[in-house]
Design a protein around this ligand. Structure first.
Ligand SMILES: [Zn+2]
Ligand SMILES: [Zn+2]
Length: 308
């Protein structure tokens, strides 16, 4: 508990007083913590330099989110400008215009500053309350990998049911989810183009599931949370990219959803409700694909023949 405070006092306990610059802090930390790796020393130097854990976590989280969101969207914007890659675009007659992308980016940015920033600021106190660790050394890779796999499964489940609910209750669709469906042919930047209520509702799957995991198991490092959020952002942006390549992940992991799965959801407005995996849509018969629709048609015909 209270782990960042522990890391700061751990640092000052070793005579590592706050320095004028971050890099002066880093070299001071490096003198006394030779057993820590480079990134662990950078991490410890950041918290010691900031001397304010809420601010340190808040700035780190917000900057990371912006860099990853726009950094990951950028290659898709560039790809949209390359006509020879159009053969990989799923709805290849609907290329987003520069104006559309710009308007979408501005709205997403506005939402990041007005809706997400205050929530990110609450993240550190909440993380401390539920006992997320911010100390060094970092957790081992197998621990991180196991927790990341659990978060992917939990988030996908939350996403499937809350997303489906927003489609099946007309009031929720009309007042909340309709905004996200403005683009029937999605593009990377449109991943977080949504109502603030939707951001909070679906965001619970991304932030709330790991926090619940920590409340139950008592074992979660904030770095694992960051890696998870980066991977989840990659998943969401790529699923909205509108591109299907022969090397897309679902060709190697058949249960992975990807753009192939989510693009159809935007085009048809029905089915394919999950985020990362295909199993909930398969299990509950909400899969929307030419093969699934053919299967359903054939089953219907077989049933009618049986009745006749
Ligand atoms: Zn939807
Ligand atoms: Zn979408």
């Amino acid at each position: 508990m209270n782990s960042t405070v522990a890391s700061s006092s751990f640092a000052s306990g070793l005579g590592q007083l706050p320095q004028d610059t971050y890099w002066a802090q880093f070299s001071e930390i490096s003198k006394y913590n030779v057993s820590l790796n480079y990134f662990e020393r950078m991490w410890l130097a950041w918290y010691t330099y900031m001397q304010n854990d809420v601010l340190a976590t808040g700035i780190m989280s917000f900057v990371m989110h912006e860099l990853v969101y726009f950094g990951r969207s950028l290659p898709w914007i560039i790809i949209d400008c390359m006509p020879w890659l159009n053969k990989y675009k799923i709805q290849n007659h609907k290329i987003p215009t520069a104006k559309e992308q710009w308007q979408c980016a501005l709205l997403v940015l506005l939402s990041h500053f007005t809706v997400e920033l205050p929530q990110i600021w609450l993240f550190h106190p909440m993380a401390q309350y539920f006992g997320l660790s911010t100390t060094v050394p970092f957790p081992s890779l197998p621990t991180m990998a196991m927790q990341l796999a659990i978060f992917f499964v939990l988030e996908d489940t939350w996403h499937y049911f809350s997303h489906r609910l927003m489609h099946e209750v007309p009031f929720l669709y009309k007042n909340i989810h309709k905004i996200h469906h403005q683009y029937s042919a999605p593009f990377g930047l449109a991943a977080e183009y949504a109502s603030p209520i939707e951001v909070m509702l679906l965001g619970f799957g991304t932030v709330g599931c790991p926090i619940l995991w920590c409340a139950v198991s008592g074992d979660l490092h904030i770095l694992t949370m960051y890696v998870w959020i980066v991977l989840r952002l990659f998943q969401a942006i790529d699923a909205h990219s509108g591109y299907e390549f022969p090397w897309s992940l679902h060709h190697f992991l058949p249960f992975w959803a990807g753009a192939d799965h989510h693009d159809l959801h935007h085009e048809k407005f029905v089915g394919n409700y999950s985020s990362s995996f295909r199993w909930w849509d398969l299990l509950l018969d909400t899969e929307n694909s030419p093969e699934a629709n053919k299967r359903r048609r054939e089953a219907k015909i077989a049933k009618l023949k049986k009745q006749a």
